[in-house]
Design a protein around this ligand. Structure first.
Ligand code: PMV
Length: 328
């Protein structure tokens, strides 16, 4: 490639919310998970990433929402680009420009949409034409849950036995079930322990083995609840799975306690509303914010109820999203 020439592509991906969680790795370098997981893509939230490979550049650059980044974030992107460069056999530095339409660091799994979009944009720019499975495997190397943002709709990530069979696939398209995730943003200033570190700590909890042993049963119940659009069963299994993951977090060494008083307040309120007949349930990732899941018909009411709770800063609602895609 002549000096000064450029290869570029842009892609859009959605973050996802896990119904059955990934927590703990079998292989932390390859991000081979300790258990399979199931998620839903969040179509109203998106990361848009442009990658320009430029033969005149001497090092990779990363811009997040227009701001040049340094340190660990760039290092992680550089290591990921190294994988794409070796796959393509082209060793050119890149400028990565990534924009989220949702607040970063709000516990919204921005690394999932970020690495799904980066995997597609970077591989395409370097001339690779990867299948969905290959792209999912590649995105997984950036961030485990990113492999679930490659296919659209409701997605299962099979744990597999090695790098080749560890990828995510669609179990039902976005239109299959009009679910909504009402993401409750709480007032939390403190920086949480990130998931990369958390996956390593999972094995220190005496509860992780029990959580893993029961994972195939929960995956099956969740898969069936999604396929048959059975909200009552979905509510039961996703709250159980979230509680199990947080029990592991709380009992790891050191202990990870992500909940704030307002987190518990939202959980208790959701349980009360459900008892009163409103089909609604919750799941929580590695942070204090709560993802409240309901069907589209009830979303306006749920959003209003959530907005009236103490400590709630904002509620972002998202319907089911599609697959990662190239854009102009
Ligand atoms: O892909 P990571 O390393 O950001 O891990 C995701 C961890 C959870 O969000 C807590 C669970 C999940 O399956 O998304």
């Amino acid at each position: 490639m002549p000096l000064g020439s450029e290869l570029s592509a842009s892609a859009v991906a959605h973050p996802n919310i896990a119904f059955i969680k990934y927590w703990g790795d079998r292989d932390s370098a390859l991000h081979l998970p300790a258990n399979g997981s199931i998620s839903m893509n969040l179509g109203d939230l998106a990361t848009r990433t442009r990658v320009v490979f430029d033969s005149s550049m001497r090092s990779d650059e990363l811009f997040l929402n227009g701001v040049l980044q340094s340190g660990a974030a760039v290092e992680r992107v550089r290591r990921f680009l190294d994988i794409v460069r070796s796959l393509a056999g082209q060793f050119i530095c890149a400028r990565v420009e990534s924009e989220n339409n949702f607040p970063a660091g709000a516990g919204l799994a921005s690394s999932a949409s970020a690495y799904a979009a980066l995997a597609l944009a970077a591989s395409h720019a370097l001339g690779l034409r990867l299948s969905e499975i290959e792209l999912s495997r590649l995105a997984r190397r950036g961030s485990g849950s990113a492999c679930r943002s490659v296919p659209g709709g409701f997605v299962e990530w099979q744990a597999g036995s090695n790098d080749l069979d560890c990828y995510a696939f669609c179990i039902a398209p976005p239109k299959h079930w009009a679910l909504v995730d009402c993401i409750v943003l709480l007032d939390t200033a403190q920086k949480e322990v990130g998931s990369l570190q958390g996956h390593v700590l999972a094995a220190t909890s005496p509860l992780q083995a029990a959580r893993l042993a029961d994972a195939p049963r929960r995956l099956e119940l969740c898969r069936q609840a999604v396929l048959s659009r059975d909200f009552t069963s979905l509510a039961e299994i996703i709250e159980l799975d979230s509680h199990l993951m947080h029990a592991v977090m709380m009992t790891s060494a050191p202990s990870l306690l992500y909940w704030q008083p307002a987190t518990l307040q939202v959980m208790k309120s959701v349980i009360g509303w459900r008892r009163d007949g409103l089909p609604v349930c919750y799941t929580i990732d590695a942070g204090a914010n709560v993802h409240v899941i309901c069907e589209a018909d009830n979303a306006a009411q749920v959003r209003k109820l959530l907005g009236a709770l103490e400590g709630v800063v904002d509620v972002l609602c998202s319907s089911v999203g599609g697959a990662v895609r190239l854009v102009e």
